[in-house]
Unconditional design. Structure first.
Length: 319
């Protein structure tokens, strides 16, 4: 009997030790991360460390940029040089060598990672990444972040893909010639496009989204509790927005022609623009919707508001 109890005590002690180890390798306490593992990536041995300036043929050969960042913030903009320059910093100054970013040129793609592949982090580090690009059309920009805030300014892109968990996203005067896709869990998003955008896809859980553009041909937006706001000078050919409890606001000129279908369980529709109801559909303007002009908004309890974009200059920032 005593032998059996002794074995049980040993097993219990081992389990307790294992639980403590798991806690220490997965939990954070007062800014320290006890053994957080950074993602591993392919061909890690080909990457260089620290910031750099790419010149001549190296800079001219870059058509796409892919960034994977954790914490801190990411800033991407344009400068008056023919070089591609990127560097990182922290609030305390220079980044320790073992925590420096990693980068490589993969044919026509510049890849930047926040840390070395599979690095185990034992303390919290918020690093700021600054990337400056020359003027000209970039085929694609893809940024994936955990909690880093992103700011993109003045870029001309064919394709844009942004994903974040809790970081905020701010796009200033961007021109995207093909498609833009933005995904967030809880970070707020503010998009300002300086030209017409063919396609925009936005997915959010609780983050609020605000979009401003002359026109977006095709809009698709999804959220759970985050609010959505679209301020457009010309109505989209197609707009599909869905939400559970988040509100949806669409601001357009009072001359806009579009047809709206609003599906909701308990949400309310209010409008500053006049419309008439035909067969369950709200028809705005003259009824001659441009390039389709089909709006479908679905909510569970979220409200839908149609505003006159010129009435009060209501371009309230929600981020």
């Amino acid at each position: 009997m005593k032998g059996t109890l002794y074995i049980l005590y040993i097993i219990l002690a081992v389990l307790i030790v294992m639980l403590i180890c798991v806690a220490l390798t997965s939990c954070s306490f007062k800014g320290f991360s006890f053994g957080d593992l950074m993602p591993e990536y392919v061909d890690a041995h080909l990457y260089q460390s620290g910031g750099a300036a790419l010149e001549g043929e190296l800079a001219e050969g870059v058509e796409r940029v892919v960034i994977d960042w954790v914490g801190g913030d990411v800033s991407v903009g344009i400068h008056d040089y023919d070089t591609i320059e990127f560097n990182e910093s922290t609030a305390s100054g220079k980044v320790e060598e073992k925590y420096e970013l990693r980068w490589r040129l993969d044919e026509d793609t510049l890849r930047i990672h926040c840390y070395s592949s599979g690095l185990r982090i034992f303390r919290s580090i918020d690093k700021s990444l600054t990337l400056n690009l020359p003027y000209g059309l970039l085929e694609g920009l893809d940024i994936d972040s955990v909690s880093a805030d992103m700011t993109l300014s003045g870029l001309e892109l064919r394709e844009l893909e942004l994903r974040t968990v809790s970081g905020g996203i701010v796009l200033n005067n961007l021109r995207v010639t093909d498609s833009a896709e933005v995904e967030t869990v809880s970070g707020n998003v503010r998009c300002d496009f300086g030209d017409e955008l063919p396609e925009l896809v936005i997915k959010s859980v609780s983050g609020d989204v605000q979009v401003s553009a002359p026109r977006v041909a095709d809009v698709s937006a999804e959220s759970i509790s985050g609010d959505q706001m679209f301020m457009l000078n010309d109505p989209p050919g197609k707009l599909k927005a869905s939400s559970v409890s988040g509100n949806v606001t669409i601001a357009l000129p009072d001359t806009a022609d579009f047809d709206l279908t609003f599906k909701t369980l308990s949400g309310k529709l209010t409008s500053e623009l006049s419309s008439k109801v035909e067969g369950g559909m709200h028809r705005f303007g003259s009824g001659a919707a441009k390039d389709g002009g089909e709006f479908v908004v679905s909510t569970t309890s979220g409200d839908l508001e149609i505003r006159d974009i010129d009435s009060e200059g209501e371009e309230t920032e929600k981020t």
